[in-house]
Design a protein around this ligand. Structure first.
Ligand code: SF4
Length: 102
């Protein structure tokens, strides 16, 4: 039984044999797929449209539980919700800081 990653590798080799590559593999452009900027990753995900190995790429990303970047036309980046900020007492919000009461 072959893994999804192996099927992706096979599909990429077949593409290369025909002198083609996926858009994320083009020189100078691949940074968009792994950008820290969510807007750039969204653009990269749209650029996956029509990719000849999109299905294999997505399956391999699922298999590898990718947590960052664009694979198979989808941004796999998991964002964490910032911890709720602790309310800091101030004179303005009517709560006096304990240190100020001393
Ligand atoms: S589907 Fe995968 S291989 Fe194709 S352009 Fe998108 S990230 Fe690259």
């Amino acid at each position: 039984m072959t893994t999804a990653a192996e099927r992706l590798t096979r599909a990429l080799v077949d593409l290369a044999d025909h002198g083609r590559r996926p858009r994320c593999g083009e020189p100078g452009g691949h940074e968009m797929w792994l950008s820290d900027d969510a807007t750039e990753r969204a653009l990269a995900a749209r650029w996956c449209t029509g990719c000849e190995v999109l299905t294999e790429c997505g399956a391999a990303a699922d298999e590898n539980d990718e947590k960052f970047g664009v694979f198979g036309g989808r941004d796999r980046t998991r964002t964490t919700t910032p911890a709720k900020r602790k309310r800091v007492p101030t004179v303005e919000n009517g709560t006096e800081d304990e240190d100020r009461r001393r």
